[in-house]
Ligand binder design. Structure first.
Ligand code: HEC
Length: 251
């Protein structure tokens, strides 16, 4: 009887533990950790603002509706429609870039991909490191290159904030191109390097949210699961006490 009670409790515990969200992000090799926290609403709002100022000109978020953004980020319909919507889309419609795909192809040689699921496809660490790794490269058609995504056809759209970054090359082996040893800011931007890392972290946070809007709910459910487990542990402790009292008494 007791055994059965205990095993069903153990089962309940196992199930409860299984529903605790996996908070860790897998980082790719050699990437600095982005250190994002999707539960940080201020960071999410700053990231959204940056996205709509600097990215939506080329990239869509086709799985994200303006209305959902408003409720998840704690913004009013008016705030979202005046600050984030430049295409005349309706409140219930998804975020679609106004750049026609054909123009994008002609200008960049590549379609800027939809970024709704980018954080799930590549990870937040990739996004964060990518945004920090642009450098001037006159040999590239857009004038920029990137150490995390070599020969990317995206220009550094955040250069005014970051400043101009240039590459310091190492010794070239005969017949080969010299590898980039490190990147240096040669002309400062409007932000200090630390502020810029914060801004790109906010952007990565925002894209982590768009890749899985349910993560916000899951995190708040996680808190209840922990409280439930704490309560259950206490009850089990009392129960154990009660049973063992009988055992001791019977001797
Ligand atoms: C001027 C147009 C343009 C703007 C603005 C722009 N991008 Fe891009 N982006 C591109 C293009 C083009 C590519 C495709 C690069 C390639 O595949 O070579 C790209 C690729 C990317 C990728 C890599 C996608 C992959 O293949 O995994 C990420 C991440 C990204 N952009 C993020 C951003 C963010 C964040 C912003 C805003 C800060 C932004 N982009 C602004 C044009 C743009």
């Amino acid at each position: 009887m007791i055994k059965r009670a205990i095993s069903s409790i153990a089962l309940a515990l196992g199930l409860a533990v299984a529903t605790i969200p996996a908070l860790a992000n897998e980082g790719g090799e050699g990437l600095a950790p982005a250190g994002t926290n999707v539960a940080d609403r201020a960071s999410l709002q700053r990231g959204a603002k940056l996205f709509f100022n600097y990215c939506v000109g080329c990239h869509s978020l086709k799985y994200v509706r303006y209305s959902r953004l408003a409720s998840d980020l704690g913004l009013s319909e008016e705030e979202v429609m005046t600050n984030f919507n430049f295409t005349g889309a309706k409140f219930g419609e998804p975020v679609i870039s106004h750049m026609p795909a054909d123009d994008a192809k002609a200008w960049f040689g590549k379609d800027p991909p939809d970024l709704s699921l980018e954080a799930r496809a590549k990870g937040v660490d990739f996004i964060y490191n990518y945004l920090n790794s642009f450098y001037l490269d006159p040999s590239r058609p857009v004038g920029w290159n990137n150490t995390v995504f070599p020969n990317a056809s995206m220009p550094n759209v955040l250069w005014e904030l970051q400043g101009l970054q240039t590459a310091v090359h190492g010794e070239a082996a005969p017949g080969q191109e010299a590898a980039v040893e490190k990147l240096e800011i040669t002309t400062p931007g409007r932000m200090t390097p630390e502020q810029f890392r914060g801004a790109t972290r906010d952007l990565a946070t925002f894209l982590e949210y768009t890749a899985e809007p349910a993560a916000l709910e899951r995190q708040s459910i996680g808190v209840w699961v922990i409280l439930f487990l704490a309560g259950l542990t206490f009850l089990l402790y009392l129960l154990k006490h009660e049973y063992w009292k009988d055992v001791h008494d019977s001797h």
